[in-house]
Design a protein around this ligand. Structure first.
Ligand SMILES: C[S@@+](CC[C@H](N)C(=O)[O-])C[C@H]1O[C@@H](n2cnc3c(N)ncnc32)[C@H](O)[C@@H]1O
Length: 343
């Protein structure tokens, strides 16, 4: 039996060294988080700076900031040059604000709201309820709605994440015969915008909570899609827009337990005509000990919103109960395209 099935480690590392590294795994995310919050990468955009200069700009203690940056540099995030100044590295560049593929918002969310909920995982195990609610005194979606700054970071982190995925969806899925799509829980519309850009004959509707789609219309207009893309605000627990031929939901169903997921899927079923399609973009959890980042993502769903990542069998059962039949799975990374038709 191999010592490890975690690809981060080699069989040459002793079990104690592997476990110690995993136990200490929380450290780097907190260092990245603080650098992201302080906007250090933005300050280094125009060239190297000393920790004193940086400390002055971000109102931190110079010697302490130096130690944080030195620790980050030991991981390849920023580098200290011979003059004792810090500069960007290819990894640190991704912590800049507003660049394509920026991971700054993700770093702020991960070792921020998410980590605080993970810290109370035991509460979830004992009660079956999301620890987020216990820590923050309200539900995850309610919190994002009531906190503009965190709501914005969340939306940015989703846009950045789906940016990596949407290219694969656009390339892997056969859109022939579809002229009208609806993106349910589409966030800032990165998926629907990518699909409409690639298929100039298609029209679409972006649907998400009113506060999330607010302001997205300007992006759609700026991309020249205003004529073909409608933006609708509302809750998928009430209803979803009708008249689409294909309904996409990317990373939505995993946010909810079976009961709530069923209610969303049934609303989609009501809106979809008999010849329509439902396309989920979700992770499929592999069986057994097979490593998968989504087995960790599953715990995030558990502590934040009471959702879960599902196995193929679980998807089949859920879709079946909502009046759909799963007909095709197209694996992409890290999720899959799960195509269903109404029955
Ligand atoms: C994990 S994000 C995924 C966003 C987008 N599909 C993507 O992949 O980037 C889940 C989305 O569901 C939306 N959402 C949550 N509750 C909703 C509701 N009741 N009605 C409509 N959308 C909702 C959130 O605002 C968020 O944009």
């Amino acid at each position: 039996m191999p010592t490890t099935n975690n690809p981060q480690f080699t069989d040459q590392q002793s079990p104690a060294s592997q476990l110690r590294e995993m136990i200490r795994g929380y450290r780097t995310p907190f260092l990245i988080n603080v650098a992201a919050k302080l906007g250090i990468a933005d300050l280094l955009r125009d060239g190297p700076k000393s920790s004193e200069e940086l400390a002055q700009a971000v109102e931190a203690q110079p010697r302490f900031l130096y130690r944080v940056l030195r620790a980050l540099a030991s991981q390849g995030i920023f580098a200290e040059n011979e003059a004792g100044q810090f500069q960007l590295t290819p990894v640190a560049e991704l912590l800049q604000t507003g660049i394509p593929g920026s991971l700054r918002a993700t770093a702020i969310m991960s070792a921020g709201l998410y980590a605080r909920s993970w810290g109370d995982l035991l509460y979830t195990l004992r009660t079956g309820k999301p620890s987020f609610d216990h820590v923050f005194g309200m539900g995850f979606w309610e919190y994002l709605d009531s906190n503009d700054e965190m709501g914005d970071y969340f939306n940015q982190s989703m846009t950045s994440r789906s940016g990596e995925e949407q290219g694969q969806v656009v390339d892997a899925y056969d859109f022939s015969g579809i002229s009208k799509i609806v993106d349910v829980g589409g966030g800032q519309g990165s998926l629907i915008r990518a699909i409409l850009q690639k298929h100039p004959h298609m029209h679409g509707t972006l649907f998400d909570l009113p506060e999330v789609v607010q302001g997205v219309y300007e992006i759609i207009e700026a991309e020249g899609l205003a004529e073909r893309c409608e933006v609708v605000g509302g809750s998928f627990f009430d209803e979803v827009p009708s008249e689409g031929e294909a309904y996409f939901m990317q990373a939505v169903i995993h946010d909810w337990d079976d009961e709530r997921s069923l209610s969303i899927l049934k609303n989609c079923r009501r809106a979809i005509g008999n010849n329509g399609k439902l396309i989920l973009v979700e992770a499929i959890i592999p069986s057994g000990n097979e490593p998968s980042p989504m087995k960790m993502g599953d715990i995030n769903m558990m502590v934040l919103a009471g959702g879960l990542e599902r196995t193929e069998t679980e998807f089949r059962q859920l879709l079946d109960a909502a009046g759909f039949k799963l007909v095709n799975i197209i694996p992409i990374q890290p999720r899959s395209i799960i195509e269903s038709v109404p029955v």
